[in-house]
Design a protein around this ligand. Structure first.
Ligand SMILES: [Zn+2]
Length: 157
């Protein structure tokens, strides 16, 4: 991970004295987004079950959206899994490296997030669709991680 890139995530994850190392499981920049997407699809059912168990949801009918990102947040839109750090994004190339799109081509995406359970969160389809490849700002990131840790802690007692 280069310096600027580390700073970008440190600004989002480490405002309260955390280290990036604590969050290393959220990242998997070594594999391509395609490889990770394939693995995610293949393991989707198991990951959803494990997340539901971690987060204390007995069945799909009592799941809550832990992302709460969209104004149209509604669990009845369907249940899905969001990657807190997206599997890939071109945001860093755009915002940190200031790479501009050329000849109508999109700015290249970068492999970022992992399929680790710590990077996954149960959410509604409306929120998942609204967030897409967006990287949350520091405040949103904290809120989501807090919400996730709170339900996981409560459930492990
Ligand atoms: Zn939602």
């Amino acid at each position: 991970m280069d310096k600027k890139y580390r700073k970008y995530f440190r600004d989002r994850l480490c405002k309260d004295g955390e280290t990036l190392k604590q969050y290393r499981k959220l990242f998997d920049a070594k594999r391509t987004p395609e490889e990770k997407r394939k693995e995610f699809r293949k393991n989707y059912k198991r990951l959803l079950e494990e997340l539901m168990r971690l987060e204390g949801f007995k069945s799909e009918n009592n799941c809550k959206c832990l992302l709460q990102y969209s104004p149209e947040c509604d669990i009845n839109s369907g249940i899905t899994i969001d990657h807190i750090i997206p599997l890939s994004s071109n945001k860093i190339n755009k915002e940190v490296r200031h790479i501009k799109a050329k000849n109508g081509k999109k700015v290249e995406t970068e492999s970022l997030g992992s399929n680790d359970l710590s990077n996954l969160i149960i959410c509604c389809k409306n929120c998942n669709f609204a967030k897409k490849h967006i990287i949350l700002d520091a405040k949103e990131m904290k809120n989501v991680l807090k919400r996730k840790n709170r339900v996981e802690k409560r459930n492990s007692k």
